[in-house]
Ligand binder design. Structure first.
Ligand code: UP6
Length: 261
């Protein structure tokens, strides 16, 4: 194809990722994103086999892994395809465009090669989105990002003005920005169904010692307007990770259905 045709093909690839997540949520009856904040990739791989059926997204922080290799991450990617969840690297990019594009595609982890989704801060301005979107076109698969609009932690500087500007960047890069990390439903000027993901979800705890603030799955979805709930230690530190994942799946999806009725 000529260059323009190629561009159109690649561009249209981005739109389905938003719909893809909605489809996974409906098909698997799960709007649960497991935040697998473990330092061992082998352990994450094993866990993903056990809970893969109950989640729509698996989120990791690849820079905390002691045993990261591309071979292992490809293994995780294969499981994500078999079990039908998307792989989500919570990189929280926050630098100038040139640097983030290097962080996204190079180094030991080559994030762009395997991460369906990444997180991005709007703080540096929209050059960060231009750079990441451009880099993402080098791979043959759909890629997208969530913009961090509001954080769950106490004292976060993400005030109303910041959120508004973040939403405007999302609208400008609406093919690449598939949604937000947020604590409330954001009002947008388009009718795009942005996926809202809410971290800081725990049934038995209201905070941790470093300012993390928790709400329940029902509160996240019904009161804050989340589509996807992000749960880490609620599941990881429980006595039975599989049963607890199932519990958060059930609680999250019940609320999701209620909200969309
Ligand atoms: N996360 C938040 N709050 C945000 C954005 N991201 O907690 O505003 C991420 C953390 C962690 C996960 O980096 O990976 O979500 C929450 O983990 P937890 O459920 O164990 O608190």
């Amino acid at each position: 194809p000529n260059v323009d045709e190629k561009r159109t093909v690649v561009k249209s690839n981005y739109l389905p990722i938003r719909e893809h997540i909605r489809t996974i949520i409906e098909e698997k009856k799960s709007n649960l994103c497991l935040s697998a904040d473990l330092t061992n990739l082998d352990e994450i791989i094993e866990l993903s086999k056990q809970v893969g059926d109950y989640i729509c997204l698996l989120k990791i922080h690849c820079d905390i892994l002691n045993d990261f290799t591309m071979e292992k991450i490809r293994q995780l990617k294969t499981i994500s395809k078999e079990k039908n969840f998307l792989l989500f690297e919570d990189r929280k990019f926050a630098d100038i465009g040139n640097t983030v594009s290097l962080q996204y595609t190079k180094g030991l982890s080559q994030i762009c090669e395997w991460a369906d989704l990444v997180t991005v801060h709007a703080l540096p301005g929209d050059g960060i989105l231009k750079a990441l979107e451009e880099s993402s076109k080098e791979v043959g698969e759909p890629r997208g990002c969530f913009l961090l609009a509001q954080m769950s932690s106490k004292g976060a500087l993400t005030d109303e003005k910041y959120v508004k500007a973040t939403v405007q960047y999302a609208e400008k890069y609406q093919n690449f920005v598939i949604g937000f990390i947020a604590q409330s439903r954001l009002s947008t000027s388009s009718n795009i169904d942005y996926i809202h993901c809410t971290p800081g979800v725990h049934i038995n705890s209201s905070e941790d010692k470093f300012g993390q603030q928790y709400i329940s799955p029902a509160e996240a979805v019904l009161q804050r307007g989340a589509d996807v709930i992000i749960c880490g230690r609620a599941i990881l530190e429980s006595n039975d990770r599989v049963q607890t994942a199932k519990l958060y799946q059930t609680e999250g999806y019940k609320a999701y259905q209620q909200k969309r009725q």
